[in-house]
Design a protein around this ligand. Structure first.
Ligand code: NAX
Length: 325
């Protein structure tokens, strides 16, 4: 039988994890034959809440769930892991400036990077969900010098999935019929949902939809504002859909993307005019447990402007936390 995979999840008492943990334990990430052990990290004051979630996990009697650890110590949480979901982060509180938020989180991800460096398996796959996700991932990687930077990624898959459904509705096709769609850049309102290369059965999606102003004036801003729209409607931020996107991201990384593009924020190699080391959403193809950036995608005109804008924001975020890199 398969050896148990050890999976760290941070922010375990939070609302995204209230969906994510159950799906991991159900086999949605690693597959129906892969036993898992969960190593749950949260702050000292949240330990009791995590114990409550673990009671519910037990009450699901998941056949694949072999062991659960609860801790407030990052090193214990990351010991010998095969995968890590970094969901916990410091939310913005009243009166907090963007810069304060960036540095509070930078401090968290500095400490967690050092723990990852010390404790995790070298081939562990890491996704950062906690915001500002891209910059947090960059700090995590920078503070784990003996851990492969390529194995640290950040999540733009929720933006990707949000756009896919709207595009599929508009085109009158099924979501999985759309290929070669990508979200570039930061997980923030500057992200660039790029339909330029998207295809349905070999036909260009922009030609099928045939409405460039809908794309620029409705689709892009609606995807950018979707998180806010959900908060307004639900009174709480997106949780189940965020967990689902994290699962899609990790699932495809492990099991492959069948030749199609998926959007992942990965450490830039300098291509597409994205400064080296920034964690930016790019198109990748996943195969045999790793991802490869799609190379040579033409980026010009409107796409260039949009990509430069989101990369500009990532550059500013890096400057704001530069002391911790
Ligand atoms: P919650 O506030 O419900 O939960 C966060 C949890 O993290 C809490 O239990 C808290 O105690 C814990 N935590 C805080 N600091 C920690 C630390 N240093 N170590 C371990 N745990 C810590 O937030 P939730 O709704 O679950 O969202 C989690 C994060 O995901 C937020 O930063 C949120 O902004 C971010 N999101 C990112 C998305 C993306 O696409 N990349 C989309 C969804 C979501 O908004």
């Amino acid at each position: 039988s398969n050896q148990v995979k050890r999976i760290a999840v941070t922010g375990a008492a939070g609302q995204i994890c209230y969906s994510l943990l159950f799906r991991i334990a159900n086999g949605d990430v690693f597959g129906p034959d892969q036993p898992v052990a969960l190593q749950l990290l949260d702050l000292p004051q949240a330990q009791n809440a995590v114990r409550g979630v673990v009671m519910e996990l037990e009450d699901c009697a998941f056949p694949l769930l072999r062991d659960v650890t609860i801790t407030d110590d990052p090193k214990t949480a990351f010991r010998d892991i095969d995968a890590g979901f970094f969901v916990g982060s410091r939310p913005r509180s009243k009166g907090m400036e963007r810069r304060d938020l960036l540095s509070a989180n930078a401090e968290i991800f500095r400490v967690q990077g050092q723990a990852l460096n010390e404790a995790a398996k070298r081939d562990a796959k890491v996704i950062v969900v906690g915001n500002p996700a891209n910059t947090n991932a960059m700090i995590l990687a920078a503070n784990a010098p003996d851990f492969p930077t390529a194995n640290v990624t950040a999540m733009v898959r929720l933006d990707h999935n949000r756009a896919l459904t709207q595009l599929a509705k508009k085109a009158g096709v099924k979501v999985d019929e759309i290929k070669k769609f990508v979200v570039w850049g930061n997980h923030s309102p500057t992200m660039f949902a790029d339909w330029t290369h998207a295809e349905v059965n070999g036909r260009k999606l922009p030609e099928i939809i045939g409405d460039d102003s809908w794309y620029r004036e409705t689709l892009i801003p609606e995807v950018a504002r979707r998180g806010t729209a959900i908060i307004e409607a639900r009174g709480a931020s997106s949780a189940a859909s965020a967990a689902n996107a994290a699962i899609d991201h990790m699932h495809d990384w492990i099991h492959g993307s069948n030749g199609d593009w998926v959007s992942m924020a990965v450490s830039s190699d300098g291509s597409y005019g994205i400064p080296e080391g920034l964690m930016a959403g790019v198109p990748v193809i996943c195969k045999d447990g790793s991802y490869e950036r799609v190379t040579g995608v033409p980026v010009d005109g409107f796409a260039r402007e949009m990509l430069d804008r989101t990369v500009g924001e990532l550059t500013e975020e890096r400057e704001a936390v530069s002391a911790l890199l």
